[in-house]
Design a binder for this molecule. Structure first.
Ligand code: IMP
Length: 500
């Protein structure tokens, strides 16, 4: 006879946190959101932790190199989507690892023979008023000088005059040598009162520009997540089909962490993939999933998963439950898997981090997931709304929106994610193609969300995530109290403050 769970499964919206005692030290500024990403033995430190408990979903419409850099600056990790060629995915990883905060490849360049009109045209196109003058006008050829819009007066100068007549020539420029650190570059910028500093190699070729204004932006990211060589940490999604080719390419590109990306991970395919990868590349870190119960967790833990992802059918673009009747309420799944993780830890002394993936709508859902035992959360819709996500920004019905589509939609056709060992194709859709409201920059939104988590944790008397997991008091709520939770019995006036 089939097994019946005794309790119905619940979603995050059906729960609330009940405050605990907050001491005078329990203030948002003292909250530390550091959290482990990969498994570790009792008494040891995990090989990889994050400074905020957020990762971005393995999706075409969410995680590319641009979003990965923006999220690593805030202290989290992106898992660059795997539903693309191995070469393209590895190139995205390499771009994140090659990105040097504060060092930018010059995007506005002219040659000494260009005209002042060319300079004006370029300024209009890029919006940048500092333009590098290189031998052939390309970003990395020999640096000949710098020209800015302050070097000539429009209306007075002949717009057909050559750049070489108006630029500050190389001999008069202060430059930095390739290999200097950002703080050394900033020292030069401040000492010589510069707005920008060209960085050149031994042959005098332009490598990067460092801008004074970027210094402030670098300062804004005290939690940025860096490896031992000061490069941003980045993840990538893999599948159970081509991992023997994909994994070495990603490792070569410098990937820090990978995850098997599947709608359902309690399978022989995931066990084989984990074992093959760990046998061939013992230092590679690989998460697995998704599962929604203790059996699924134990299976992946025994198979060697470095972390386990939870969630089936809860994603905002997901129609798996409608299509196949498979899934479980995300809160219940998280609670049960967290319990299994704690039992596994007590028995083996190995702590395997768990990630609640999908279905996070409000910021407080993140705090609930953490309080229920998740070490971090994976989000798709949340990140898709930001400037840095890879998709188009459009106006629909007078509002700015961004495109957001599921990996199981006809648009992405990521059949490997829904693969149950049959033909290499997507048999039917398990996701939709949609719009999400545009929400601005990742930095502004993540800062706000983390601020809310910090405040809520203080309400619960906790300044770390493990402390929250130990102290949180969580209650199920009735439908009537859910209604009571938003503004009610008043006529709401226009407000820009919306629950997130
Ligand atoms: P969201 O944060 O609620 O938008 O959920 C994102 C999560 O949904 C992802 O991390 C995946 O686990 C899952 N997902 C992505 N694409 C699909 C799909 O097409 N169908 C079902 N689930 C999906």
């Amino acid at each position: 006879m089939a097994y019946f769970f005794e309790e119905p499964s619940h979603t995050f919206s059906e729960y609330l946190l009940v405050p605990g005692y907050s001491s005078a030290d329990c203030i948002p500024a003292n909250v530390n959101l550091q959290t482990p990403v990969v498994k570790f033995k009792k008494g040891e430190k995990p090989a990889l932790s994050m400074n905020i408990p957020l990762v971005s979903a393995v999706m075409q419409s969410v995680s590319d190199d641009k979003l990965a850099i923006a999220l690593a600056k805030e202290g989290g990790i992106s898992f660059i989507y795997g539903s693309q060629t191995i070469e393209n995915q590895a190139a995205m990883v390499a771009r994140v690892k090659g990105y040097k905060a504060g060092f930018v490849t010059s995007d506005s360049n002219v040659s000494p023979n260009s005209t002042l009109q060319d300079v004006l045209n370029l300024k209009e196109k890029t919006g940048h008023s500092t333009i590098a003058v290189t031998q052939d006008g390309t970003p990395n050829s020999k640096l000949e000088g710098i020209i800015t819009s302050r070097d000539f007066r429009v209306g007075h100068a002949d717009m057909n005059a050559k750049v070489s007549e108006y630029m500050t020539p190389f001999a008069e420029l202060i430059t930095g040598k390739d290999g200097i650190t950002l703080s050394e570059a900033n020292e030069l910028i401040w000492k010589h009162k510069l707005n920008s500093l060209p960085i050149i190699d031994e042959a005098g070729k332009l490598k990067y520009m460092v801008f004074r204004k970027d210094y402030a932006s670098h300062e804004e990211h005290p939690l940025e997540l860096l490896d031992s060589q000061h490069r941003y940490i980045v993840g990538a999604g893999i599948n159970t089909r081509d991992y023997m080719e994909r994994v070495p390419a990603l490792l070569e590109a410098g990937v820090d962490i990978m995850t098997l990306d599947s709608s359902e991970g309690f399978t022989e395919w995931q066990r084989r993939a984990l074992q093959d990868i760990h046998a061939k590349w013992p230092n590679a870190k690989v998460g697995a999933g998704n599962v929604v119960d203790a059996d699924g967790f134990k299976f992946l833990a025994d198979a060697g998963a470095d972390f386990v992802k939870i969630g089936i059918g809860g994603g905002s673009i997901c129609i798996t439950r409608e299509q196949k009747g498979i899934g479980r309420g995300q809160a219940t799944a998280t609670i049960e898997v967290a319990k299994a993780r704690d039992e596994y830890y007590a028995k083996t002394g190995i702590y395997i981090p768990i990630c609640s993936d999908g279905g996070i709508v409000h910021d407080y859902h993140m705090t609930l997931a953490l309080a229920m035992g998740a070490d971090f959360v994976m989000l798709g819709r949340y990140f898709a709304r930001f400037d840095e996500s890879p998709t188009n920004k459009l106006i629909v019905n007078g509002n700015y929106v961004k495109e957001y589509w599921g990996e199981g939609s006809n648009r992405a056709r990521n059949w490997q994610r829904y693969d149950m060992g049959g033909a290499s194709k997507l048999s039917f859709e398990e996701g939709v193609d949609s719009y999400v409201p545009y929400a601005g920059s990742l930095h502004d939104n993540v800062s706000m969300s983390m601020s809310k988590i910090r405040h809520t944790m203080c309400n619960c008397g906790a300044v770390t995530i493990p402390e929250l997991q130990e102290k949180a008091k969580i209650t199920l709520v009735s439908q009537a109290s859910i209604n009571e939770g938003s503004a009610h019995d008043v006529i709401v006036r226009n407000t820009s403050l919306r629950a997130e």
